[in-house]
Design a protein around this ligand. Structure first.
Ligand code: NAP
Length: 262
């Protein structure tokens, strides 16, 4: 791996992924951009090549399609220049659980969870063997908020968060940094896809602010970065309550409250 590793970013044609591409290009990283819209990525790459002089490859892929996903996995396995993976590609669907089609739900899980898992698995052995590198996974605050009414989307993001925290446990000691980034409402096209007008929403973060904050967390090697959460102590208390429970959740006998019939 070179001193400044190449970065593969999924969902790099627009929104948060395109902003990561711009920021990493300005830091001098070679880029590999992945999304479906090749023309959009070419336009971004042309601009960034001119402005920063970095090398940028375009790898068009629909990450819900097995052959395309395999192509990106192979690139992560074989291209030893790539030392950072940003698993950003993701989408959301509108409506409630009973209104959403099972096909839409399945595609959502395939993109937000399965593709992210498989790409992490593709690069992790190489990074662990090298003893360096990073995996950045874009989750969401919805993953800790079933109350927000985006159940399947939130479930995929809870998966992303758990996977990231588990991978940090496993890969951290091998020198690989894993970060979960949890944005809240951010001004991107994702809101068009759920049929919402972002201009009608409150507390919307600009995408540049979100990515710049996420990169502060990245540079600090934070395991979980939540740019919109102003009181970091609230996350620490939440995580602390979970950790405090760990010593008590494995017991041979059922709890006293379950030993008498309802
Ligand atoms: P966005 O503007 O809609 O961008 C999504 C990106 O993913 C695009 O580059 C899109 O490119 C790509 N993508 C979509 N389907 C794909 C597929 N099947 N295969 C490959 N690439 C695909 O959304 P965003 O807001 O930047 O979202 C980025 C990440 O942030 C997502 O994981 C999202 O869940 C998360 N997030 C966003 C918000 C928010 O409020 N914006 C909040 C919390 C979390 P193509 O269409 O060219 O494929």
């Amino acid at each position: 791996m070179r001193d400044i590793p190449a970065v593969l970013i999924t969902g790099a044609s627009t929104g948060i992924g395109a902003t990561y591409a711009e920021r990493f290009a300005r830091r001098g990283h070679t880029l590999v951009l992945v999304a479906r819209d090749a023309a959009r990525m070419e336009a971004l790459a042309d601009r960034l090549r001119q402005e920063t002089g970095v090398t940028i490859d375009i790898l068009p892929a629909d990450l819900t399609q097995a052959a395309d996903l395999a192509k990106v996995e192979a690139r992560l396995q074989e291209d030893s220049r790539i030392g950072i993976l940003v698993n950003n590609a993701g989408t959301a669907i509108g409506g409630s659980f009973v209104d959403q089609s099972v096909e839409d739900m399945t595609r959502l899980v395939a993109l937000n969870a399965t593709a992210l898992l498989r790409l992490s698995r593709a690069i992790a052995p190489r990074l662990a063997a090298a003893g360096e590198g990073a995996i950045v996974n874009i989750g969401s605050v919805v993953g800790v908020a079933p109350e927000f009414g985006m159940t399947v989307y939130g479930a995929t993001k809870a998966f992303v968060q758990f996977l990231s925290q588990g991978l940090a446990q496993e890969l951290g000691p091998k020198g690989v940094y894993v970060q979960a980034v949890l944005p809240a409402t951010t001004r991107t096209e994702i809101w068009d896809h759920v049929g919402a007008d972002v201009n009608t929403l409150s507390n919307v973060m600009e995408v540049g602010d979100l990515v710049d904050a996420a990169l502060v967390g990245f540079d600090r090697r934070e395991p979980v970065t939540i740019p919109p959460l102003h009181d970091a102590g609230q996350w620490d208390a939440f995580d602390g309550a979970r950790k405090a429970m760990l010593g008590n959740i494995v017991n041979a006998l059922p709890a006293e409250r379950y030993r008498t019939p309802a």
